[in-house]
Design a binder for this molecule. Structure first.
Ligand code: ASP
Length: 465
């Protein structure tokens, strides 16, 4: 007999079926033992009566919560008045005929019956595989898949090509520190994990791909901050021959149709999404991520907005020019002359656009500098020597000399978007295996030391602190 899912048991009334899963709860009424058996589809009530074979009834008496068992039993209507309308299988129960124990379980380090917000988070992360048994987290993962599937299908319908770009790549400036990866075959040299696929997606435009997307993992060695992770997932998009408005409209219509389909209960405060200039946002709200919700207590309310017209450059703590968002962005066209002649730097505005949902930045992008001379000007302004520019960005500048289309794109942070849509207080709740604020994986105990042998192979030595 093949195993069936608990949710399908009502289709087998008066028949014998086999189900497998975890013992969610155990109750006894006199000599009758009840298990709630849990599998990926839900729960079913199983009943053991003393008139069963003694070895089976005896075994049932030993079972503890979270043991993994297999039951053969007859699907029977529950006695009148005993139905449970709260669960899908609440009209039936399984009269056990056979019980097999597949695995025993220690007492769990925390209860998985509650949503879990009250449990110490480090404990939850250390035992994440148990934490994920919580229906809330399972639901978050299911919704995550639905959202990603929707994005994928939407973009494929729009003739985008999904392309994977490398994880082992070159260190590039995108505002955060790179994770570096040494390699045995090239001692003294390092790959970097991509902060985003920015350069690859732009190079794909030079290849004539025209419409690219990827569900991309991005790695940033950042100082701990709320709603940041060492690695996060983006919906990454790049398009050739495109105007700022078109990229914004594409993402806006993707978000609106996604919410209508997957979150029909949600209410988007304003369509089209309001556009606010950076200057106005700072004056009026004191932030470039304004939370425009008229009613912040209502979990169904979503207030999106675009923020545009950011300054291209700002001074860093050493009073040198640095970029505010993305060094590969084009300036707004009226500032191209200023950029090329390296004047009026503080007033140059970028084509950057950020998208904000309920006060959280959930995406950003720009029209790019596809002129090598303009890109070079950006790198000079932020203080790179000519030689350094060649070493770090020679590949981009060279590529742009062989016929580069105008292009632009955007990346949307999937973890943050999901946290907003699922009403979760932070992105860790929508990631299967998140890291702590200081980027440790408590379950795997990573990062961890490596052996002397491994270090030697890489020609590395650890200096004392
Ligand atoms: N690469 C940028 C980021 O990760 C997004 C973009 O400009 O497309 O923020």
């Amino acid at each position: 007999m093949n195993r069936i899912l608990t949710k399908n048991t009502p289709n087998y009334l008066e028949k014998s079926v086999r189900v497998s899963g975890w013992v969610n709860t155990i109750r006894s009424h006199g000599k009758i033992i009840f298990f709630d058996l849990r599998d990926r589809s839900g729960l079913v009530q199983v009943v053991f009566t003393p008139n069963l074979k003694p070895e089976i009834y005896g075994l049932a008496q030993k079972v503890k919560p979270e043991w993994v068992i297999e039951i053969t039993g007859k699907v029977s209507p529950r006695p009148k008045g005993m139905e449970n309308p709260k669960i899908e299988t609440g009209k039936i129960e399984l009269r056990a005929q056979n019980l097999e124990i597949l695995s025993q379980a220690k007492t769990l380090p925390f209860s998985i019956e509650t949503p879990g917000y009250e449990v110490n988070e480090e404990k939850r992360l250390e035992y994440r595989y148990l934490d994920l048994r919580r229906p809330r987290l399972r639901k978050n993962l299911e919704m995550r898949q639905k959202v990603i599937q929707f994005m994928r299908e939407f973009l494929i319908r729009e003739e985008f090509l999904e392309i994977e770009t490398p994880i082992l790549t070159k260190s590039t400036p995108e505002g955060a520190r790179d994770y570096l990866v040494p390699t045995r075959l090239q001692p003294g040299k390092f790959y970097a994990l991509p902060q985003s696929p920015q350069q690859y997606k732009q190079l794909l435009m030079v290849s004539g791909i025209e419409k690219y997307f990827q569900i991309a993992r991005c790695f940033r060695d950042e100082d701990p901050r709320a709603n940041r992770q060492a690695e996060h997932t983006q919906l990454d998009i790049e398009i050739s021959f495109v105007k700022q408005e078109e990229v914004m409209n594409l993402v806006e219509s993707l978000f609106i149709s996604l919410i209508k389909k997957i979150y029909p209960e949600k209410k988007i405060q304003k369509i089209p999404f309001p556009k606010i200039t950076y200057q106005k946002a700072m004056e009026k709200y004191g932030t470039d991520r304004p939370d425009l919700r008229k009613d912040k207590t209502n979990p169904y309310f979503l207030a999106f907005c675009w923020v545009i017209n950011f300054p291209f450059f700002k001074k860093d703590e050493k009073r040198r020019w640095t970029f505010t968002h993305n060094p590969f962005s084009a300036p707004k066209s009226e500032f191209m002359e200023d950029l090329l002649s390296r004047k009026n730097i503080k007033n140059i505005l970028t084509t950057q656009y950020d998208i904000v949902a309920n006060g959280l930045e959930v995406g950003g992008g720009s029209i790019r500098n596809h002129r090598p001379d303009a890109l070079e000007a950006v790198f000079e302004i932020i203080g790179y020597e000519k030689e350094e520019i060649k070493n770090k960005f020679g590949h981009m500048l060279r590529a742009f000399e062989y016929g580069a289309p105008s292009h632009g794109g955007i990346a949307s942070g999937i973890d943050r978007l999901l946290a907003v849509l699922q009403n979760e207080p932070n992105i860790r709740e929508v990631i299967a295996f998140p890291k702590t604020g200081d980027s440790r994986d408590l379950m795997m105990d990573a990062p961890s030391k490596v052996s002397e042998k491994q270090l030697k192979e890489l020609h590395l030595k650890i200096l004392p602190r």
